[in-house]
Write a protein of this length. Structure first.
Length: 583
């Protein structure tokens, strides 16, 4: 009620400049502009950014009005030569925050593309950081967002790629490996000539894995053979078969690198390794050993810190799904749950959300098992069951540390669920994961844990269920021709909301730039907002099917439909859509 009275008593905002032009051009009503201005100020973003992201006014219309108001042309970023972009001049976080794109530096002047030439806050912060005068260039907001995303991603890939390109077979035994461990009791490393081939082989496997974009490296011993496999785009591939008698030496080398006890072969061990590619570039590996019948299997998970900074637009959310996630992140309290099987990208989705929330004004704490990516500005706690530091115990401590946002790696039991829900009901934003197959099933999973239906209905804001699909290689994908309508109907394409004549389906081929026709992965999502109708079903003890039926009536799009839409957009194949979503 106080918030409503405050809005009623707000003095009208005096219109001038671009806002006045937007009203004069009949692009937005004055009262709607007033609300948008207030909301943009609360979100600490520019008015143009708010209008574009909320789709209240098109970016083309805003650019046209700005061009008339200030008498300046609209610059086409698509025609800009990326070689002129000044590198390392502006922090990428500042660019993403204000959605501006550096174009070229001429003497003591820096020209930047911006959707709102009057966004003095952005211009002043850039000028303060660079120490040179900033000249705004008018461009479409969507063009800036796309160009910035591509440039930052390409710049990161090029940086690592250039370093990897300098590593050849002659330098494999000179790579700088550093264990990430406080205990240096087992720091001795094999230095003899007999170990040189082992060192070179392991280093080559790790470098090859990074070059191929692998997520995991498996070293596996058997009775008469030994193999090394990479998981690339979610699929395991055999890469090498060294002699089986090298198994103990390979295991010993990997354990020494990760500061593990090389004499202990009976129990699993965990460690971490940092591969230094250059002075400023390194890749982290999480290492785990598992005793098997014929030796120790060792798996290295490649931890890519850049994946947490991709930005939500790079993850594959559709516009309505992205809007649902951003709206849930903007709330001061409540719970966001991300669900899916192991390897479905839940961690990246959570880290992306945390990265959006990570500002100096928020106290963010996470409890993780394990901590996969270190994020500056976030208080990350490693769960340690051996000393009694469980998710529940960490969460209790967080609530005594004045948090704004809390992330719990996984809700595994009733105790953790109840503490998380209590936190969500008492002014904290809580993010976590569950292992369920769909968003509606997540609600019944909480109820089956023993959480009271009232607490579930009043605390959960949003549930995201997701999978990762292999992206078709754009250089070799081949269009399907003459697919019978009956086949499309059986697959479910009648439900995706796109006319048949407006999309083309593609199949995987193969070329030197991809793996069996696929390159990279894209997220497939379903987002379930807990509406009053769904809350009522929860309170009445309804099943996941009851929740699903109501959600469908409210516009909910299941994973299967989302996967087929990705296929219709040419991002994945029908086979891939079936692999990740068909029962």
């Amino acid at each position: 009620m106080q918030g409503r009275l405050k809005l009623m008593n707000m003095a009208p905002i005096a219109l001038h400049g671009l806002p006045k032009r937007l009203v004069d051009d009949h692009l937005i009503e004055p009262q709607d502009l007033e609300v948008a201005t207030s909301s943009a100020k609360t979100a600490k973003i520019s008015l143009v950014q708010y209008l574009c992201e909320k789709k209240l006014v098109s970016d083309q219309a805003i650019a046209n009005s700005a061009a008339k108001e200030f008498g300046i042309p609209i610059y086409s970023l698509e025609q800009h030569n990326s070689d002129h972009i000044p590198k390392d001049l502006i922090d990428s976080k500042l660019l993403s925050k204000h959605q501006v794109m550096p174009l070229v530096q001429r003497g003591n002047r820096l020209f930047v593309a911006i959707a709102d030439p009057t966004d003095h806050r952005a211009l002043n912060e850039i000028q303060f950081q660079t120490g040179i005068a900033v000249e705004p260039i008018l461009a479409l907001y969507s063009s800036i967002t796309l160009a910035l995303e591509k440039w930052l991603e390409t710049d990161t890939d090029r940086d690592i790629g250039e370093v990897l390109g300098t590593i050849d077979d002659m330098h494999l035994d000179d790579l700088d490996m550093e264990a990430i461990e406080e205990d240096d009791s087992n720091s001795s490393q094999p230095n003899g000539e007999d170990e040189a081939p082992i060192v070179r082989f392991i280093n080559k496997m790790l470098v090859d894995a990074i070059k191929l974009g692998a997520s995991d490296v498996h070293f596996e011993p058997y009775e008469k053979t030994y193999r090394v496999r990479f998981r690339v785009d979610g699929i395991l591939r055999e890469m090498a078969k060294p002699p089986a008698n090298l198994a103990p030496r390979l295991a010993a080398r990997l354990k020494v690198m990760a500061r593990m006890d090389i004499s202990e072969r009976r129990i699993p061990q965990d460690g971490r390794v940092k591969l230094k590619l250059s002075k400023n570039k390194s890749i982290d590996f999480r290492v785990n050993t598992l005793p098997l019948q014929f030796g120790e299997k060792i798996v290295l998970r490649i931890l890519d810190a850049s994946s947490a900074k991709l930005g939500i637009d790079a993850l594959g959310y559709e516009d309505d799904q992205k809007s649902a996630y951003m709206d849930a992140l903007a709330r001061p309290q409540g719970m966001i749950l991300v669900t899916g099987p192991t390897g479905s990208g839940k961690t990246v989705s959570l880290y992306t959300g945390l990265n959006i929330l990570n500002t100096a004004e928020r106290n963010i704490s996470t409890a993780e098992d394990p901590i996969e990516i270190n994020m500056e500005g976030i208080n990350q706690t490693q769960i340690n069951m051996r000393v009694g530091l469980s998710f529940a115990e960490a969460l209790r401590s967080f609530l005594r540390q004045d948090p704004d946002v809390v992330m719990v790696g996984e809700i595994r039991d009733l105790e953790t669920a109840e503490i998380a829900i209590k936190a969500a009901q008492t002014g904290h934003l809580v993010m976590s994961t569950l292992h369920t197959n769909s968003a509606p099933e997540t609600l019944t999973r909480l109820l089956n844990m023993g959480v009271a239906s009232f607490n579930v209905a009043t605390s959960v804001n949003l549930i995201i269920a997701q999978r990762l699909g292999r992206k078709l290689c754009v250089q070799c994908r081949t269009p399907f021709e003459d697919i019978p309508d009956s086949v499309l109907k059986d697959e479910g394409f009648d439900d995706i909301g796109l006319p048949r004549e407006e999309f083309t389906l593609f199949k995987a081929a193969d070329c030197p730039n991809c793996t069996n026709g696929y390159k990279g992965r894209v997220g497939v999502y379903e987002t379930l907002k807990i509406s009053p109708a769904i809350s009522k079903i929860i309170m009445q003890g309804g099943s996941s099917l009851d929740i699903l039926q109501t959600a469908l009536q409210e516009g909910f799009r299941p994973l299967r439909v989302s996967a087929l839409r990705k296929a219709a957009q040419g991002l994945i194949s029908i086979e891939e859509a079936n692999r990740i979503t068909k029962d």
